[in-house]
Write a protein that binds this ligand. Structure first.
Ligand SMILES: C[S@@+](CC[C@H](N)C(=O)[O-])C[C@H]1O[C@@H](n2cnc3c(N)ncnc32)[C@H](O)[C@@H]1O
Length: 290
């Protein structure tokens, strides 16, 4: 990946975070999971469900050390520590997220077990073989899979389990969408078929690739439409703030269409529809070679 620009990723998440709290800006910066057991779940509830599914995939013992690589505001790592009793270090490139993560850990009364690092997950300030487990929870595509796995391999102990939640490219992904991902959201996507080789090359054995597109991507737009109706004023605030507005304006320009402020919710849904047409969702479990 030639044009890796961590400062742009930091700026993007700082600006999203600084848009302030609304009922829809979650403490979990990832998508939701819906199946027959929670088909009416809100976006927030479904995001929590996905965290629970990720936690179920982790193998870690009380007192062991886990690294949350690209931790957002830290909530998934906090929940993991609460459930398993492990120590978590979460690393994010965004200063605003880092500050919020520290507040959330304090609020949860878990600051003795969960710590945050402001830095680059491609250059983690720790010794080799420090951690007993780790995950990239919707973050690896910002870092580039190869480099991210190389560093994960360095910091994990032999035999440690690594879990990855990723949005892989569909075989039908257009070149235009790929370029948009790279330019606008600093994301570098790979097809799920590329996983076995990139894991192996970086010292991991693949345990499982679980394609959950039908539970994450397929229900996304219908559920987002409902959320937009239920929380219209929150969404208008969110979508009219600087970073989102920039994205939506760029998207309209690309389509050669006028930008009308009152129509931002429609533009947002259209952007998510494009994402759903081009990307799937996979949960990957791997083990650092012994
Ligand atoms: C979509 S968010 C996911 C956040 C969190 N894992 C969650 O599920 O709530 C992507 C995260 O990756 C982090 N990130 C991206 N590139 C990074 C890098 N090079 N080093 C550290 N964090 C990075 C961002 O700061 C952000 O927190």
């Amino acid at each position: 990946m030639s044009n890796y620009q961590p400062e742009k990723v930091a700026q993007m998440y700082d600006s999203l975070q600084d848009q302030g709290e609304t009922a829809i800006l979650l403490d979990q910066y990832h998508l939701g999971y819906w199946d027959e057991t929670n088909s009416n779940a809100s976006i927030t509830e479904a995001a929590n469900r996905l965290t629970e599914i990720m936690i179920d995939k982790v193998t870690i013992q009380p007192g062991e050390r886990f690294c949350d690589l690209g931790c957002g505001v830290g909530m998934p790592g906090i929940q993991l520590s609460e459930v398993t009793g492990c120590f978590v270090d979460g690393i994010t490139i965004s200063e605003s997220q880092y500050k919020k993560a520290q507040q959330l850990a304090e609020k949860a009364g878990i600051s003795d077990r969960v710590h945050f690092i402001l830095g680059d997950a491609l250059n983690i300030p720790c010794e080799d073989a420090t951690y007993d487990g780790g995950w990239f929870f919707e973050s690896i595509f910002h870092m580039g899979h190869n480099k991210a796995l190389q560093e994960a391999s360095r910091i994990l102990k032999p035999g440690a389990i690594l879990v990855i939640a990723d949005l892989p490219a569909r075989s039908t992904m257009t070149e235009e969408f790929k370029a948009l991902c790279e330019e606008n959201s600093h994301s570098f996507v790979i097809p799920k078929e590329a996983y076995p080789e990139v894991l192996d090359k970086n010292g991991f054995d693949l345990i499982e690739i679980n394609d959950v597109t039908e539970f994450v991507i397929t229900p996304l737009v219908p559920n987002m439409k409902i959320a937009c109706q239920q929380h219209e004023s929150d969404f208008l605030k969110y979508l009219n703030a600087e970073q989102m507005k920039d994205w939506l304006q760029l998207d309209r320009k690309r389509r050669g269409m006028e930008y009308v402020e009152d129509e931002v919710i429609d533009y947002w849904i259209q952007m998510l529809q494009d994402m759903s047409d081009n990307l799937g969702y996979a949960l990957v479990t791997a083990q650092k070679k012994k």
